[in-house]
Design a binder for this molecule. Structure first.
Ligand SMILES: Nc1ncnc2c1ncn2[C@@H]1O[C@H](COP(=O)(O)OP(=O)(O)O)[C@@H](O)[C@H]1O
Ligand SMILES: [Mg+2]
Length: 558
């Protein structure tokens, strides 16, 4: 008996059968429905077009998947010495069709999710003809045509009427797209349920026994093995929210794109990549916010290209916890198993790595813990996990706490993260990013903001300092109590009431807020920052010791 063949599906350049799929989509009437139910000024809206293009790509992937599975089945059937070309049985045809439907549906949903929120879908589709639909014996593109026609009928029936003019009703094009996504999810579920409960089960098991990968996603039979985490825990920021730090941001984005290009089939990245990006800067220069923006960019970039990806932020409490045995060993596990072992590409953010280094040299830590921590630094020299372009790491530290030797252990060329340094950058940060929600109540002339920017440069304020100042300004503007009327008012009236109550802030006052901050608060905030660092280092040392003590108590040293 020969070994089971693996199945690997990806779209060739230029698509698998773009022309055939495009014709099938046109013929189904779906494009016309978008025009009819959600007309744009020149026919379809941009969202509608994007969704339809996504549907074409998804259907094409489905055809490629059907072809790949059919090929493997025939190949294995023909492994005898005979020249006879075997035919697929009815059941085998159903399995191939189910695979096509599942892959298409997964991909349609991913593509539509780029444009609209995923709909909440309940239950499954009642479809009497499902068994026959799957058993059809024409080419996959014909099955596709039938599925698309049913989809069109479903949209026709379910898409909300255009007349709803409630405030929170979705745009018509979004509603149609969401209905389409819901249809594919229902069809996917119905298909899987049918296969699991019918005589096809053994065939399904045969599929599950192989390694199956479609467009980078690992499949367990007809389902994606690991549903990619949606909740990322990242701050909702994008690269355009960062002021200054140009070089650092660029390097991060470049690294993210390079890792997205990892070739799962070859098991390597065509590019040689230095996976560690190390940022050095003073507190509040925007190191954390930059790393989060790169993380979001990475996840979006990969989602748009159908590459399975995760982005992981390492929390201090995860590895220096006082639970027994959960010491720095856990950090090793995170990198080996969660990061490198992940079925997809990974990005990692390790903030404030200086606390880990300071802990390592701290008094009162036993040799074992030092070694333990030391193992973790194998991330940087490639001894903990290979630098093969499947992952990248962004880490950062406060300049004050790092000596030359330690810095060079992490990276030959750390990047300096300076945050805003020019008057215009400070001005942009305040007006466009931090106070944009109260823009009507701050000075509108550029001259004021030039002055404010200059003042910030003069006092060398950090991004975080500026954030504090902006918070003070906002409190000034919003210093009012809600009148009773507010609580009975509707949305529009509430807005009016608040507009009346907000207190505009003058040019002179803005400058005063900056001066006040410099005089009374800056020093205190910078000291608090330093205090926080010391406390964190101490608590790591204490917790590592506690975990050792706990282990000794139960005789499980380790
Ligand atoms: N370069 C920057 N661009 C935009 N906002 C910034 C920048 N630097 C600091 N901030 C603001 O200050 C806050 C603290 O910055 P953070 O990224 O936590 O600094 P760090 O990690 O360098 O200590 C951020 O949430 C953001 O509001
Ligand atoms: Mg930080």
């Amino acid at each position: 008996m020969s070994e089971l063949q693996n199945i690997s599906v990806s779209l060739p350049k230029g698509g698998f059968d773009r022309a055939g799929v495009t014709a099938a989509v046109k013929k189904s009437g779906l494009p016309g429905q978008f025009e009819k139910l959600a007309p744009g000024p020149f026919g379809k809206t941009a969202t509608s077009l994007g969704v339809l293009e996504g549907v074409v790509a998804a259907c094409d992937l489905g055809l490629a998947a059907a072809e790949a599975l059919r090929g493997v089945i025939l190949d294995e059937a023909a492994s005898g010495a005979s020249f006879a070309v075997p035919e697929l049985t009815r059941q085998q045809r159903q399995l191939v069709a189910a695979f096509q439907v599942a892959v298409t549906a997964d991909s349609v949903e991913r593509h539509i999710a780029e444009w609209v929120h995923e709909p909440a879908v309940e239950g499954s589709l009642e479809m009497d003809g499902l068994s026959d639909l799957l058993a059809h014996d024409g080419p996959p593109v014909e099955l596709l045509g039938r599925v698309l026609r049913i989809a069109a009928a479903y949209v026709q029936m379910k898409a909300p009427a255009r007349t709803s003019d409630e405030d929170d009703a979705p745009e018509p094009d979004h509603a149609v797209a969401a209905t389409l996504a819901a249809f594919f999810e229902l069809l996917r579920r119905a298909t899987i349920t049918y296969l699991k409960s019918s005589s096809l089960k053994p065939l399904l098991s045969a599929l599950e026994a192989r390694e199956v990968r479609v467009a980078g996603y690992p499949y367990d039979g007809l389902e994606i093995a690991e549903r990619i985490e949606v909740e990322t825990g990242l701050l909702p920021v994008s690269p355009s929210d960062i002021v200054g730090n140009d070089e650092y941001v660029e390097a991060g984005l470049k690294l993210a794109r390079a890792v997205a290009g990892y070739d799962f089939e070859a098991g390597k990245n065509p590019k040689k990549i230095n996976p560690v990006l190390f940022g050095l800067g003073r507190p509040g220069s925007g190191k954390t916010i930059t790393a989060h923006a790169v993380g979001n960019y990475f996840l979006n970039y990969c989602r748009e290209r159908d590459v399975p990806a995760q982005f992981r932020v390492i929390q201090r409490t995860e590895w220096a916890s006082s639970y027994q045995n959960a010491s720095a060993q856990n950090l090793v596990r995170i990198f080996r198993e969660e990061v490198y072992g992940f079925d997809g590409v990974s990005g990692v953010y390790w903030p404030d790595i200086d606390t880990a280094f300071a802990s390592r040299s701290a008094q009162g830590l036993r040799m074992e813990e030092k070694q333990n921590l030391g193992a973790v630094f194998g991330v940087f020299d490639g001894t903990l996990l290979p630098k093969d372009g499947k992952w990248f790491l962004i880490c950062d530290a406060n300049t004050l706490h790092m000596d030359e030797a330690t810095i060079s252990r992490i990276a030959q060329n750390p990047m300096s993260v300076d945050g805003p340094t020019k008057p215009a950058q400070y001005a942009k940060m305040m007006r466009e990013l931090m106070l944009d929600d109260v823009a009507r109540f701050v000075p509108g002339d550029d001259l004021t903001w030039q002055k404010v920017g200059k003042l910030c440069v003069e006092h060398d304020l950090s991004g975080r300092n500026v954030e504090s100042i902006c918070n003070n300004i906002r409190s000034h503007i919003q210093d009012f109590e809600y009148p009773d009327e507010y609580f009975q008012a509707d949305g529009a009236r509430r807005k009016e009431i608040i507009d009346d109550l907000c207190k505009p802030v003058s040019s002179a006052q803005v400058l005063e807020y900056v001066e006040d901050f410099v005089e009374f608060r800056q020093e205190a905030e910078d000291e608090a920052e330093e205090e926080k660092f010391k406390r964190e280092v101490e608590s790591i040392v204490r917790q590592l010791n506690a975990s050792r003590a706990a282990a000794a108590l139960t005789g499980e040293e380790g």
